[in-house]
Design a protein around this ligand. Structure first.
Ligand SMILES: [Zn+2]
Length: 142
């Protein structure tokens, strides 16, 4: 809904910056039908801006689960930690693929908490990733 207020040129810059992939689960726009969405990492409801440094690309699954969250509980340490910030953090420093590229694992407290909160390994998503892997479309190699 707030996406309507983001100028088209800015939206396109974010799409290109994230290489047409979800900043959280790396799902490619080419694989899924619904368009990826512009996510405010810090939600507008919490004072987050619509500037490029607060905007990332997210698949509808991750964006819906993230909602207005900015932190979550690490399942290992039980500490409340910030969610992964695709605008400022490197994916490879917080996550890695297992099960042949179908399951995302958190490397850090931030990664583990984000995997849980965003349901990044929902069984339907993992099943879809199995098809993407077999087609050579996933996980991204760059
Ligand atoms: Zn996603």
């Amino acid at each position: 809904m707030s996406n309507a207020r983001i100028p088209l040129a800015l939206r396109q810059r974010v799409v290109e910056l994230f290489r047409y992939r979800c900043g959280y689960c790396l799902t490619s726009q080419r694989i899924i039908g619904p368009l990826l969405e512009i996510d405010h990492y810090i939600p507008e409801s919490r004072g987050g801006s619509s500037e490029e440094d607060n905007l990332c690309l997210a698949c509808p699954m991750c964006n819906n689960r993230k909602s207005d969250r900015v932190e979550a509980v690490d399942p290992e340490s039980h500490a409340v930690v910030p969610l992964f910030n695709p605008c400022q953090q490197q994916w490879e420093e917080h996550f890695f693929w297992t099960e042949g590229g179908t399951v995302v694992q958190g490397l850090t407290a931030v990664g583990r908490a984000t995997v849980v909160v965003l349901h990044m390994n929902h069984p339907d998503t993992v099943a879809a990733r199995q098809l993407w892997v077999s087609a050579g479309w996933h996980p991204p190699s760059d």
